[in-house]
Write a protein that binds this ligand. Structure first.
Ligand code: 13P
Ligand code: SF4
Length: 382
């Protein structure tokens, strides 16, 4: 068998919070370069995946950043395409015995933690995340030990071992609400790993937070100064940004939110043009949700730069149709977890899901269904 092509991916290691343990500030991982199917094979392969999902009693749970064909398949076969919170909920609640998670490793692990008796398969188990890589469990645990008086809140983009050490897990769609609630109760926070999401939430809530210094290799590339220039070229465009983006970008955003919340904003806001600061995989669903509107990629480098980031996660790109066929045919790439670790990691995730359910009920009771569909934050450009 041919060795798959690999591309190196540089990512940040945390500093200075764990400088003692992690003297380096960048690390290197690998992502497999996807091999697109010849168009003649695509329809046949998609048909095969549909058959296999049915015959194996499996359901496909996909993220918005994966290949558009995989998203289409998930929807057409009764699965789901969603943000991290929705993927977790859907996998937990769906009766299928086998979940096929098209996303990155932490999403598959979360599905397994919430459904330990289900089989959880992934097209490629090496599909990871720079936030997860940048927050090794041992270093993180030492940091928690050094701050025993703080409530530990971790982003979903972490390993099961890191989640097992946390009081709360949050996703981008609920981080602000959870921290605001903890702050109102007088709790001081230890936050990991995304520094941009952490400082955004800190600025919005005024909470006392110590931040781990991880970053997403995709969102970290968006540039504030270049965005200002682009906004000047498109003065009527609204800016939609994922909170993993740097502060200089978030300060110019009309809406900051999770992937689902950004898609919802594109549909609901009264504007014809949007500048989008998140992984470009989202554009497939955004265009479908808001036909006739125009979407412009937020800049990742200056006009004179020789290298521009493609704003597409190299690990999300590893979720290919061929990989789906392989796992469904052979049951490869199953997520396994130590049950005791899974149980410990489950507590803070359940806490988040209960919080999200209560929030949804409150919003429903208030009759504001539009808000239930989109709890995104309008911050408005600075
Ligand atoms: P969402 O939960 O907003 O989908 O984000 C997940 C992610 O990894 C963004 O980079
Ligand atoms: Fe992780 Fe960034 Fe990829 Fe999301 S886009 S999975 S945060 S590396």
């Amino acid at each position: 068998m041919d060795t798959p092509a690999l591309r190196p991916v540089e990512f940040d290691l945390p500093a200075p919070t764990t400088a003692a343990q992690c003297p380096a500030t960048t690390g290197r991982a690998w992502a497999r370069v996807p091999e697109p199917l010849p168009p003649a094979h695509k329809a046949e392969t998609m048909g095969r995946i549909r058959e296999l999902l049915q015959s194996r009693g499996a359901v496909l749970v996909a993220h918005y950043y994966v290949d558009a064909d995989v998203q289409e398949l998930a929807e057409a076969t009764g699965g789901c395409v969603g943000d991290s919170l929705e993927m977790a909920r859907f996998g937990r609640d769906h009766p299928a015995d086998t979940l096929v998670v098209a996303g990155v490793r932490f999403m598959g692990e979360t599905a397994k933690i919430l459904s330990p008796h289900k089989r959880v398969l992934m097209p490629d188990l090496q599909a990871t995340c720079s936030l997860d890589l940048g927050c090794p469990a041992e270093d993180f645990s030492a940091w928690c030990d050094a701050h025993p008086d703080r409530t530990v809140v971790v982003y979903a983009n972490t390993s099961a071992a890191v989640k097992a050490r946390a009081d709360w897990v949050v996703t981008s769609s609920i981080a602000l609400d959870v921290i605001a609630d903890l702050h109102a109760r007088g709790e001081r926070i230890l936050w990991a790993p995304d520094r941009h999401l952490g400082s955004y939430v800190q600025r919005q809530t005024g909470a006392d937070m110590l931040l781990w210094q991880g970053a997403c290799i995709v969102h970290d590339e968006f540039k504030g100064t270049e965005l200002e220039l682009l906004r000047a070229e498109h003065p009527h465009a609204r800016v939609l940004a994922h909170p993993e983006s740097p502060q200089a970008v978030l300060a110019q955003a009309d809406v900051v939110g999770s992937t689902t919340q950004l898609i919802d904003a594109a549909r609901k806001l009264d504007a014809s043009h949007f500048i989008v600061a998140t992984d470009q995989g989202i554009l497939h669903k955004m265009r479908a949700a808001a036909p006739g509107k125009s979407f412009i990629a937020a800049p990742t480098a200056g006009n004179s730069a020789t290298c521009k980031s493609c704003a597409h996660c190299p690990w999300m790109a590893m979720n290919e149709l061929a990989g789906l066929v392989r796992v469904l045919e052979h049951g490869d790439n199953e997520i396994t977890l130590d049950p005791a670790l899974g149980q410990r990691a489950r507590r803070p995730i359940d806490r988040m899901l209960a919080f999200a359910d209560a929030r949804r009920q409150r919003v429903r009771a208030s009759g504001d269904l539009a808000r239930d569909m989109a709890l995104y934050q309008h911050v408005g450009p600075a």
